[in-house]
Ligand binder design. Structure first.
Ligand code: ATP
Length: 311
């Protein structure tokens, strides 16, 4: 079942094209990541999905509903995090959840959400007294309080310390396990790689690629490197003759083999045939950062986690 369908979305602000041509679909139950450089059109895309912006052309379907024409239907099914600036400092956690749940026809049980999000101890705490991590978890709870089938979560862990980030990731997996489809906009490549079933890379208002994290990495992994020591003397030609190998360097007993395709299995096979054991074998691991650079030609932004504990 398709949860979201975006078709040829186009949106300009004056003469500036923010989203040129964006299309993707998200299946129910997926965590779908959106990554891209600053100004790529990510926020405009998700705000169009949420009905907060009206596209100039193209279409958006949220479980079959149009976010602009069927605003009320979409509001009941799609959860978004409220703007932080919209909170009165004096509101307490439980009051905020109770208030927001009153806006929906079939809200989730906010007491259960408090527990799920690890906010039980703070139910009577005022907003201004919450830590960064607690505020972030409250905003996730508020995105879920309407009992949505889809949640849009934007910059989920910006400003959180490493432990709070990991806790939030586990939480996202629990939310997904409850059947909620998640659209995740993030600047953090590790977060996108860890959480997303599939990722859209948006660049210059267009979709540069949609794939699983492993699929995106594989696209950029044209070049690979394998490092090792050998258990006994080996003739360099054993490796230079392999079709996947482009370069063999040997320095201070360490071999560095560069190549493409199935480099590791080619090298391992050749060593086995020569009855040589590779010691300290290391394959240089590519990650989503490499894929991002390969697809957009730019290094991913890395928002700094906060100095203090976020939690
Ligand atoms: P970031 O990662 O920096 O948040 P983004 O990928 O979310 O960027 P958008 O916020 O969608 O990108 O912006 C896309 C382009 O449209 C940018 O060049 C931005 O400056 C411009 N833009 C966004 N909102 C407006 C607006 N209300 N009026 C004019 N231009 C806008």
């Amino acid at each position: 079942m398709t949860a979201l369908e975006v078709r040829h979305l186009h949106k300009r602000y004056g003469r500036h094209v923010a989203v040129d041509d964006v299309s993707f679909t998200v299946a129910e139950g997926e965590i779908f990541g959106i990554i891209g450089p600053n100004g790529a059109g990510k926020t405009t895309t998700v705000e169009s999905i949420a009905g907060l912006r009206t596209p100039d052309s193209g279409s958006v379907s949220v479980l079959g509903f149009d976010p602009v024409k069927d605003r009320a239907e979409v509001r009941e099914r799609l959860g978004v995090q409220p703007q932080e600036s919209g909170f009165p400092d004096a509101i307490k956690v439980a009051e905020a959840l109770e208030l927001y749940s009153s806006f929906y026809r079939n809200p989730a049980d906010w007491r259960e959400l408090i527990e799920l999000l690890g906010l039980t101890d703070t139910w009577n705490t005022r907003y201004k007294a919450l830590s960064g991590g607690q505020k972030q978890r409250l905003s996730i709870a508020l995105a879920l309080v309407g009992g949505p089938r889809i949640a849009i979560l934007d910059e989920l862990t910006t400003g959180l310390d490493p432990q709070a980030r990991r806790d939030t990731w586990c939480l996202m997996e629990r939310v997904r396990d409850r059947g909620v489809t998640i659209l995740l906009v993030t600047h953090f490549m590790d977060e996108a790689e860890r959480l997303s079933d599939r990722i859209a890379v948006i660049d210059g208002g267009r979709v540069a690629a949609v794939d699983t994290p492993a699929g995106l990495i594989a696209r950029s992994s044209a070049v690979r490197q394998v490092r090792f020591r050998v258990s006994q003397p080996l003739d360099r030609s054993v490796l230079t003759g392999l079709p996947d190998v482009s370069r063999v360097e040997i320095a201070e007993g360490r071999w560095l083999v560069t190549g493409r395709g199935q480099l590791l299995s080619s090298v391992a096979g050749a060593l086995a045939r020569a009855r040589v054991v590779a010691e300290d074998l290391r394959v240089d691991q590519l990650n989503l950062d490499d894929a991002f650079v390969a697809l957009t030609g730019r290094a991913p932004e890395s928002p700094e986690p906060s100095e203090g504990r976020g939690d």
